[in-house]
Write a protein that binds this ligand. Structure first.
Ligand code: NAD
Length: 437
């Protein structure tokens, strides 16, 4: 099938490349000329493990191409996916749907023959209705069906998630669209991946419910971690003790600096707003968002405490900037609030991140960048691990002690063993593993 992917970011590019790998002929479109030129030259605009090879293979086999010309790509396509961004709208926290609606208008112009329009972007309930209305307004003659197919992939593991998903949710309103969607995902049907066919509105809400639930789980264990610090308990053992209960599950029970990233903060916010608009507030998610918001600056206070109450004039080495490992994505990363709070308190900041430094330059000021963990720590007064990149899991502690002005480590991801750190004479603090120094 010929497929058009509108938006070639983290979701559009990965989905487009994977659908091409399934055997479809995919045209990935973006309004960002630089991004498209880079892709045409074989350069990935984002860091995602395995993506460069997958793209190169499918381009070579002539199933994947890139363009800014939406109208010609839509002509003759069996399905057009909308995978543009839906960031928080400045001012009120609703999802900003302007990119989605702009894409819908542009798609309408190029339509001919029966076409399924698939919303892959995360969009509030009712957006599919509006996409359909816009297309019918621009092209009353168009033969279309609008489907909701939210994406659940995780950055850093995106290709595996797309090809071996826990489930595929499809909000379809008619049989013709169901046939097309079944054809698109045929390899996953053959692999017995679970499909949830439902209404468009239910599908749209399912995505927000999933992200809000995961954000709640993280925030829950983070608050348990705070209590652990007060009562001298160990949150990792609590997490294991509850996570082995299959009704709870062990995933997303890692205490840390609070959730961030391109999805959870904006999606919890959009869900809160939708629920309020419909007079059915989801208070538990409102509380989760508020607690998580405060947590990031609270992590900076942890660093202040570890440094004896003040960081004024001190240099703090930050290892890890992205919101999680194996991505270059800095959107809403906890590192942003933590670093800003430390700067507000008078600290100078050294940073190193394996992939996130180019993006960090765009969102943070006055950082000193280093290209390995050790030079980042040279003559720093404390070391803070913010993101659990594998490269930080087995640092040479003797070397660090020699480089740091004082052997202080604040481990916001609990990747070191407190007893081992004590033996190594580090002043070590973590998240929720007993009383903090
Ligand atoms: P992104 O910002 O990386 O990519 C969006 C792309 O769309 C950009 O390259 C932008 O230039 C392009 N674009 C904007 N308007 C356009 C238009 N009219 N025509 C063509 N291209 C246009 O965003 P993303 O992270 O890929 O997220 C896309 C959507 O998927 C969002 O709704 C997000 O919530 C959802 N989602 C993201 C993830 C994730 O991990 N990033 C996971 C699941 C769902």
């Amino acid at each position: 099938m010929r497929i058009t992917m509108v938006g070639s970011g983290y979701v559009g590019l990965v989905s487009g490349a994977c659908l091409a790998d399934f055997g479809h002929v995919v045209s990935c479109i973006d309004t960002d000329v630089k991004k498209v030129e880079a892709l045409k030259a074989g350069k990935m605009p984002i860091f995602e493990p395995g993506l460069e090879e997958l793209v190169a293979k499918n381009v070579r086999q002539q199933r994947l191409s890139f363009s800014t010309d939406l109208a010609s790509a839509v002509e003759g396509a069996g399905a057009v996916f909308i995978a543009v961004g839906t960031p928080s709208r400045r001012g009120d926290g609703h999802a900003d749907l302007s990119f989605v609606y702009e894409a819908a208008r542009a798609i309408a112009a190029g339509l001919n023959g029966f076409t399924v329009i698939v919303t892959k972007s995360t969009v509030p309930v009712g957006t599919g209705d509006e996409v359909e209305r816009i297309i019918r307004e621009v092209r009353p003659d168009a033969d279309i069906s609008v489907v909701s197919n939210p994406e659940f992939l995780r950055e850093g593991a995106a290709i595996g998630d797309f090809k071996r998903p826990d489930r595929i949710v499809l909000g379809v309103e008619d049989k013709r669209a169901e046939v097309v969607m079944t054809e698109i995902y045929r390899p996953l049907f053959l692999n017995h991946a679970p499909f949830v066919f439902t209404s468009r509105r239910t599908s749209e809400l399912t995505k927000y419910a999933a992200n809000a639930f995961l954000a709640t789980k993280i925030t829950f264990i983070n608050e348990i971690a705070d209590l652990c610090e007060q009562v001298g308990a160990n949150v990792q053992d609590v997490a294991r003790g509850i996570g082995l209960d299959q009704r709870i599950g062990s995933k997303f029970l890692h205490a840390g600096p609070g959730y961030g990233g391109s999805c959870f903060p904006k999606d919890t916010s959009a869900l809160i707003k939708t629920a309020q608009d419909y007079g059915s507030p989801i208070r538990i998610v409102e509380m989760v968002a508020a607690v998580n918001d405060q947590r990031k600056r609270a992590m900076a206070r942890k660093v202040l405490t570890a440094c004896g109450g003040s960081v004024r004039g001190k240099t703090i080495a930050i290892l890890g900037l992205t919101f999680k490992p194996n991505t270059d994505d800095m959107r809403d990363s906890p590192a942003i609030s933590i670093i800003t709070a430390l700067q507000d308190a008078g600290a100078k900041i050294n940073v190193f991140d394996p992939e996130g430094m180019d993006q960090a330059r765009l969102v943070l000021n006055d950082l000193t960048f280093f290209y390995d963990p050790y030079s980042c720590c040279d003559k720093a007064d404390a070391l803070v691990i913010v993101t659990e990149w594998d490269a930080f899991r087995a640092l040479d502690l003797d070397r660090l002690k020699e480089l740091l002005n004082a052997p202080i480590m604040v481990d916001l991801r609990n990747i070191y063993d407190p007893e081992e750190m004590a033996r190594q004479n580090f002043t070590y603090s973590d998240v929720g593993r007993g009383k903090q120094t």
